[in-house]
Design a protein around this ligand. Structure first.
Ligand SMILES: Cc1ncc(COP(=O)(O)O)c(C=O)c1O
Length: 457
């Protein structure tokens, strides 16, 4: 299996090469050259445990890693989750299901991809003998999950930029209290989009990227998207037949469009027949507006109760656009150029796909957390709450629970009257916080990385 860029000006890469590069050298995003038809595999995969299913699925895409090694990698990646099923599917009633994706070390769905990516990086260092500088920007959860995937790994130094005052205090602690020498959590002024711009510019400097052996950890890495595909399939295989028969809506709290893209891609491979995917946004509703009007128009980013979704420049959108534009790299390049200069892209009409969308503002998030608690005695975090609106009563809904409620205790306490806790987070509160401020400036970040590289980082 080879990987090509959405912009069409990069030679085909192997899986290992595409993972190491992160962003394609032409500025585009990697995708499999052809999406395989996996419809014949579902029945054979039904009896596998989570790590087994992940190995079976990922070995179709990472063909330069053998199946036994994939088994080893996925058992290691998911072995540390605190639930035997890794991603339990909880039935709230016969039509409403929650796929709990918060049982990894940082209590958010990002662990599914980043525990694995940390191991793929480790494999790369062992293969090439070259130290790796991993760089990423975070709106909260990616950073901590990436850091925990790379924690203490020999030959890897990780630099994560996060917007000052825009991640929750606990998310900041998860990044800046590790005490690990190979971890640099850097707080920059502005929003997530400012941090992401700096990261993109650093990668855009090919000489710098080569000098420090830079690798991207944001949701643009194809390994992340593929790792996230697995839990859609896992949930599908676990749904009762009656729920599946009436049609299934996967409801996905969305910011960067990485998570929901993964589900939609699984369907393009002939799996999840009849399913729809709902892009559930908070008040930063650029994607909801796109799916209802066909116009993608960037606006200001407003702070919300669901801070990890406070995004107006969805990095993975380009992959979806590539498919919408008939996989034509020239049209994708033109659309991305238009977006860069005007902040807009017009399709002319809402796209005809299995994707739907919804939006929930802060009062709606608070009311929904309270409502779900009173109706089901089940606590959802503010991101997951964005999914509990606009359910189609005629179909089954699988809401992806993307973070543990204890990561956002204030909002949840105000809505339910009970403060959610988790032992991992309680332990963090006692640790010293190492806040490292930097300007949101590419040269400053490059100088910081160079400095640590020189002293062996
Ligand atoms: C808790 C949580 N929910 C949802 C999202 C949105 O996921 P994505 O950015 O892949 O759309 C994120 C991260 O951005 C998150 O941290």
């Amino acid at each position: 299996m080879q990987y090509v860029s959405t912009r069409g000006q990069t030679r085909p890469h192997t899986f290992t090469e595409a993972v190491a590069a992160g962003l394609a050298p032409d500025g585009g995003l990697f995708l499999p050259e052809l999406l395989p038809d996996l419809s014949g595999h579902a029945a054979g995969w039904a009896g596998l445990d989570y790590a087994g299913l992940a190995a079976a699925f990922l070995s179709v895409f990472g063909t330069d890693i053998d199946r036994a090694e994939w088994e080893h990698l996925t058992r290691q990646a998911y072995g540390g989750f605190d639930h035997p099923e890794v991603a339990p599917l909880v039935a709230l009633d016969e039509r409403t299901f929650v796929l709990e994706l918060f049982h990894g070390p940082t209590l958010a769905f990002k662990d599914f991809a980043l525990q694995l990516l940390g191991l793929l990086y480790k494999r790369q260092v062992a293969r090439t003998g070259q130290r790796l500088s991993v760089l990423g920007a975070t709106s909260g959860d990616t950073g901590s999950a990436a850091i925990h995937g790379c924690l203490g790994q020999e030959g890897i130094t990780i630099y994560i930029l996060y917007p000052e005052g825009r991640v929750s205090p606990l998310q900041e602690r998860q990044m800046a209290c590790t005490g690990a020498a190979n971890v640099h959590a850097l707080c920059v002024p502005g929003t997530f989009d400012d941090a992401q711009r700096v990261v993109k510019e650093a990668f855009g400097d090919a000489a710098f990227a080569a000098e420090v052996n830079l690798s991207a950890v944001n949701s643009i890495n194809i390994a992340r998207v593929l790792a996230q595909c697995v839990y859609y399939l896992w949930a599908w295989l676990r749904l009762p037949e009656a729920a599946r028969a009436g049609g299934v809506d996967f409801v996905v709290p969305t910011g960067n469009f990485g998570n929901v893209l993964a589900g939609w891609l699984v369907q393009q491979m002939g799996l999840l027949p009849g399913a729809r995917f709902r892009v559930a946004t908070n008040r930063n509703d650029i994607l909801h507006r796109f799916f209802t009007t066909g116009t993608y128009e960037q606006g200001a980013v407003d702070a919300s109760h669901a801070p990890s979704m406070d995004i107006q420049a969805a990095s993975n959108f380009e992959r979806f656009l590539f498919f919408l534009l008939d996989r034509d790299p020239a049209r994708t390049r033109a659309a991305m150029a238009e977006m860069k200069t005007t902040g807009q892209f017009r399709l002319g009409a809402p796209p005809a796909t299995t994707l739907l969308s919804s939006r929930l503002d802060d009062p709606g998030i608070a009311a929904t957390i309270s409502d779900v608690w009173h109706r089901y005695r089940y606590t959802v975090d503010p991101h997951t709450a964005c999914g509990f609106t606009g359910m189609d009563p005629a179909r089954a809904s699988v809401v992806l629970a993307t973070a543990h409620p204890a990561k956002f205790p204030e909002v949840v306490r105000a809505a339910t009257g009970t403060e959610p806790t988790h032992p991992t987070l309680e332990a963090l509160k006692a640790r010293p916080l190492e806040r490292r401020p930097l300007p949101a400036d590419t040269d400053a970040v490059k100088a910081y990385i160079r400095k640590f590289r020189q002293i062996g980082g």
